[in-house]
Ligand binder design. Structure first.
Ligand code: CTP
Ligand code: K
Ligand code: MG
Length: 180
């Protein structure tokens, strides 16, 4: 029971988990805010780039399409009914995740935090909240069917744990400047 909830939550959220990690690898180039400041601090900062955002979004959508091809054998192997992703849902999860991360940087700059500073809580959940909100708007019936209250609860508990583990891992591998 809990195993199938975790499998469903992880599978359904993968297109939202991958974009941030892809952006870390692909990031660089022109910042989205073009260097502009607002109220004495950068609007978003150098850590939010066009390339990172575009590559991250595409990576999330591409992963969703790959999962679609694997849904049947994976469901059979695990004995769980894993969902497939229509293109709008895939895009909402991936782009929503990137927008959540960008929104968090906006809030970090407003609260005087420099690029790379930690904001516990926000760092771990920003992308999930916006990705979920986006997919509920874009593909409401699908989202209601997949993200039942118990799956949502698993997502909210599991995501911060996965976020900490992947970021410490990326830091250890030298891919990230900070372990958060
Ligand atoms: N990145 C990017 N574009 C994005 C998100 C991330 O290019 N939309 C890249 C940047 O190179 C960034 C790295 O991924 O430095 C790590 O992402 P993150 O930790 O979110 O950014 P920070 O540099 O820590 O900046 P901030 O304080 O604004 O979160
Ligand atoms: K972040
Ligand atoms: Mg960071």
């Amino acid at each position: 029971m809990i195993g199938s909830l975790v499998a469903t939550a992880f599978w359904a959220m993968l297109p939202a988990y991958v974009p941030n990690n892809a952006a870390v690898i692909a990031g660089g180039g022109r910042p989205i805010d073009g260097g502009r400041e607002w109220r004495g601090a950068r609007l978003l900062g150098d850590g939010k780039t066009w390339r990172g955002t575009a590559v991250g979004t595409l990576a999330g959508v591409a992963l969703a399409l790959a999962l679609n091809a694997l849904a049947e054998p994976a469901s059979a192997a695990l004995g769980v009914d894993l969902p497939t992703f229509a293109l709008p849902a895939a895009f909402a999860l991936a782009f929503g995740a990137m927008c959540g991360d960008i929104g968090a940087s906006f809030l970090k700059r407003r609260s005087g935090r420099e690029r790379g500073a930690a904001f516990p809580g926000l760092d771990q959940l920003d992308f999930v909240v916006v990705a979920l909100a986006a997919v509920f708007v874009v593909d409401t019936d699908w989202a209601l069917a997949v993200f039942t209250p118990s799956v949502l609860l698993v997502v909210l508990v599991m995501t911060p744990i996965l976020h900490v583990v992947t970021n410490v891992g990326a830091y250890a591998l030298g891919l990230k400047n900070e372990p958060w």
